[in-house]
Design a protein around this ligand. Sequence first.
Ligand SMILES: CCCCCCCCCCCCC/C=C/C(=O)SCCNC(=O)CCNC(=O)[C@H](O)C(C)(C)COP(=O)(O)OP(=O)(O)OC[C@H]1O[C@@H](n2cnc3c(N)ncnc32)[C@H](O)[C@@H]1OP(=O)(O)O
Length: 306
Amino acid sequence: MLLTLFESHTHFFLSMFQKMILTKIISNTLSLHKKQLIEWLPAVRYFSSPTNPLVNVDVNDKSGIAVVTMNRKPVNGLSLELFEAMSKALDDLENNRIRGAILTSSCPTVFSAGLDLNELYQPDKKRFKAFWTTFQDVWLKLYGSSFPTAAAINGHAPAGGCFLAISCEYRVMCPDYKIGLNETRLGIIAPIFLRASMRNTVSNREAEKALTLGTLYSTEDALKIGLIDEIAIYKVKAIERCENFLAQFNNVSSIARSFTKRSLRQKDLEELENCREEDFNIFWSNLIEPSVQKQIGDYMQSLKKK
Ligand SMILES: CCCCCCCCCCCCC/C=C/C(=O)SCCNC(=O)CCNC(=O)[C@H](O)C(C)(C)COP(=O)(O)OP(=O)(O)OC[C@H]1O[C@@H](n2cnc3c(N)ncnc32)[C@H](O)[C@@H]1OP(=O)(O)O
């Protein structure tokens, strides 16, 4: 009650001095740590950032909702540089206390083609370590964000592309595309954090079927199993539907919402936090197997031959 009152009266700009006074009063009342309270203050400053050419962040000053657009042509292959740009963007959004984020793509028919296969083929250990660690960071930041998230899936979203979408809380997809975790079809075992996102999205039974078969679903079938929440005819509409979803939180205490989300996802986040090095080692040793390298090379060739 007190927190809701506090939030609803702090949507205007607060000077640092006002912040300190408010923090002090509430800190005394609730016996909470001062730093935590400052972190909880609602959004006071939004930004439209030119940031990085690989990830464009555009924040609507009125709604406080950020549209985060991946921009790595032709297929938003998830490279180290793209992950770094996403990681930085997620930090900026968290620090600026936006009211919600929508993840989408600037590629006309692809949301993301998943991990950039060039990162997996004949990898350099040092770069792959940075790549994998940043991949983990992005998941921890996106899946565990304090702000609500949605994905406007305006194209194909296989493997890592689907993983980004299911790390968000809501998904709107355009028709006639494919989405799914097809890792097993490529001979890859989906990592721990990818499995967690899938289980959090569809039923355990559907997750098991989808992951073991490596199914790529059509937009319509993805809706049937709950892998996506809505279908929208084109990108602008998909973003609009995501905005509608995020706007529902305007009437909900942001503190209560964010703590509830965190508590529901905490176990999954901790599971990865506790085994990041081991997770890397498992994938590295799998990746450098000559048979796996051959499989990746052949697969890349087959994509080029198309
Ligand atoms: C393969 C075995 C790997 C074993 C590894 C074990 C290690 C453990 C790793 C753990 C991984 C964890 C989970 C995540 C995994 C992944 O994400 S792996 C990547 C899987 N991705 C895919 O299978 C998608 C492949 N791409 C496509 O199916 C299609 O490209 C598309 C997305 C449906 C788009 O089709 P279309 O619009 O027709 O474009 P294309 O002509 O096919 O592609 C355009 C160019 O882009 C290149 N390309 C496509 N995808 C990738 C990619 N993922 N990485 C790098 N490059 C990609 C494609 O070759 C084309 O290039 P050019 O011919 O030079 O233009």
